[in-house]
Design a protein around this ligand. Structure first.
Ligand code: SME
Length: 164
């Protein structure tokens, strides 16, 4: 029997680990860096995990794990810019079938992007890539949304979005 992607992974436990790791730290950069590292370390079959921050009207790459990625993404472009504009999670089972997908690492085959909304305002996205097709399913989308909800109060977004 084929397992449904994400249903065998304990996202509840991951959210608990996130709080244990970041709960007493107020530095936004340290916390986003550790959040990306936690995802990359715990979730199997990833080749990229990290954040794009919505700074000055465009998405700018933030803390991540994986190969170097494109620095800036315009709202509405790629999976990240589309999720930001639509304000909804996008699961892409096969990146080759997503028109406008931005290929940072040619090894990526599937992707999930969760918009980060603070008081209804988009502040960035969480992006995960996998070298495996159909790596992410609805359970991953729900679990990662839960991860983002847990993360939001642990980060000073005002500071994180300052441009210089
Ligand atoms: N694939 C993304 C770009 C970011 S990288 O995957 C890290 C996109 O289409 O928006």
């Amino acid at each position: 029997m084929r397992t449904v992607p994400g249903e065998d992974f304990d996202y509840e436990e991951l959210a608990g680990e996130l709080v244990a790791l970041l709960g007493r730290e107020r530095d936004w950069l340290a916390n986003l860096a550790n959040a990306a590292a936690l995802l990359y370390d715990r979730l199997p079959d990833l080749n990229w995990a990290g954040f794009y921050l919505y700074r000055g009207g465009e998405l700018v790459v933030g803390p991540f794990q994986g190969k170097p990625a494109c620095t800036r993404i315009q709202p509405g472009r790629g999976v990240c810019g589309t999720a930001l504009l639509r304000r909804e999670t996008i699961v892409v089972p096969d990146v080759h079938q997503f028109p406008g997908h931005i290929a940072c690492d040619p090894a990526s085959r599937s992707e999930v992007v969760i918009p980060i909304l603070v008081n209804g305002k988009p502040v960035g996205v969480l992006d995960l890539d996998s070298p495996r097709r159909e790596r992410f399913g609805p359970a991953d989308a729900r679990g990662l949304e839960r991860f983002v909800e847990t993360l939001i109060p642990l980060v000073n977004w005002e500071r994180a979005l300052e441009c210089w």
